[in-house]
Design a protein around this ligand. Structure first.
Ligand SMILES: C=C(O[C@@H]1C=C(C(=O)O)C=C[C@H]1O)C(=O)O
Length: 415
């Protein structure tokens, strides 16, 4: 989709309260982690793409918009100036649209810098910054969707049989929960629920897709990139001692270590053609409020934009499997449903090819009619036990189940 619009973009220093309270109740835009990040209000431009070329098409439309923009930025921080929020569908043949959204107003904070960016289209005046609005407490119960627990056990068993027969090494299988948000409900309620419980995760919201992802697919700035690969999961222990043992056991558990190695190697392989000086640290056990993951961090010099990096990395072996093409075929056949934007890239990009993109995990899509669909998956390998994988998806669904079920606990409930 082409756009001829000319944007006028002005960033000035500002002081903010809670970032999320600035966003729109019915259509929040957010990418926030540990108090830093971006929140968008309103919509100046929407770029809609789909199909196998969705990332390349979005990049071309974005380049045109950037070329015609007039930007005044007195802050010059990562995320000041012209930015767009975005979400991309998981599969090439998904019916879900992929979008880039340029808000009318962006509130940003990074360390000691805080700013507001105002964006006007063509000859419009710059938008006015409105005061924050209190967040309503909205409660929704989620229940099994197209893939209930029984069906999940069956497809995991089928996947294990295929892997043992040598068809592929690993496939990530997901299941879903559904619910309905009342008309006009405040979506920021769930966002705040996620932020309070998972402050170190990335709380994201773009076009009804919202969640708290622990996995940074790629962050790019000034020609450098960072990727965090997560694969291999264990429940937290009930006492500090048991918890420490759970982390130690995960770090040496052959199934998880093997599953992780496939994911880390495939991320490196994807990055090699578009980057150099790649360095890794890990795998190490990463602690989240609800579980442990094995993590590998990758840094490098990026020869391209953040969208180029997304095109190279997505879908990673952490959310699809290995080999990639076989895993994509198998997961589509076994799940039998459209994942929509679940496990796709969600984030923001700037005018210089930088930005931050998470994998859309631990979240849900809220559709225009209020229907909610949440997904969580687990990496299946030859040693996988269906009941364990079902339990793992239940833990991974907890952030979004709790955020909708009991959105505003008075203080972080864990940690
Ligand atoms: C697929 C999900 O998570 C991914 C799969 C993991 C695993 O199988 O151990 C771990 C982290 C994520 O990369 C999900 O949360 O839905």
């Amino acid at each position: 989709m082409r756009t001829q619009r000319r944007l006028r973009v002005v960033t000035t220093r500002a002081a903010h309260g809670r970032l999320i309270a600035h966003s729109d109740a019915g259509a929040p835009l957010a990418f926030v982690r540990s108090g830093d990040g971006l929140v968008g209000v309103g919509e100046a431009v929407r770029i809609t793409v789909s199909g196998a070329t969705r990332l390349a098409d979005a990049a071309a439309a974005w380049d045109e918009l950037v070329a015609a923009a007039d930007v005044t930025d007195e802050v010059d921080a990562h995320g000041s100036g012209l930015v767009a929020f975005g979400t991309f569908a998981f599969a090439d043949d998904s019916a879900a649209s992929s979008v880039l959204i340029v808000p009318r107003i962006v509130h940003g904070r990074r360390g000691d810098d805080a700013w507001t960016t105002r964006i006007a289209v063509d000859d419009e005046p710059l938008p006015e910054v409105l005061p924050q609005r209190a967040i309503d407490d909205v409660r929704v119960t989620l229940s099994p969707g197209a893939i209930g627990p029984e069906r999940y056990l069956a497809i995991v068993a089928e996947a294990v049989a295929g892997i043992r027969a040598g068809e592929l090494e690993k496939v990530v299988l997901a299941r879903d929960l559904v619910g309905t948000l009342p008309a006009g409900a405040d979506q920021r309620s769930a966002l705040l629920g996620l932020r309070r419980r998972y402050p170190d995760a990335i709380t994201y919201a773009v076009d009804g897709l919202l969640g708290a992802s622990p996995e940074m697919l790629v962050a790019a700035r000034d020609g450098r990139c960072f990727t965090r690969v997560l694969a291999g999961t264990a429940a937290r222990g009930a006492t500090p001692e048991l918890d420490g043992e759970a982390a130690e056991a995960l770090a040496v558990h052959p199934k998880d270590v093997g599953e992780h190695r496939l994911a880390a190697e495939s991320a490196l392989e994807s990055l090699r053609p578009i980057s150099h000086d790649l360095a890794t640290s890990g795998p190490y056990p990463l602690r989240l409020p609800n579980l442990w993951h094995l993590a590998t961090d990758i840094t490098g010099t990026l020869d391209g934009t953040v969208l180029d990096a997304l095109a190279a990395l997505h879908p990673t072996a952490a959310v699809a499997g290995t080999p990639r093409a076989t895993a994509l075929e198998r997961l589509a056949a076994l799940e039998g449903i459209d994942r929509g934007r679940y496990a796709g890239p969600v984030g923001w990009l700037d005018a210089d090819g930088g930005g931050e993109w998470a994998i859309a995990l631990r979240g849900a899509q809220v559709a225009a009619d209020g229907s909610i669909r949440a997904f969580a998956g687990a990496g299946i390998v030859a040693e996988s036990v269906p009941e364990d994988e079902l339990a793992e998806t239940a833990i991974k669904l907890r952030p979004i189940v709790d955020a909708f079920g009991d959105p505003l606990p008075p203080r972080p409930v864990l940690e």
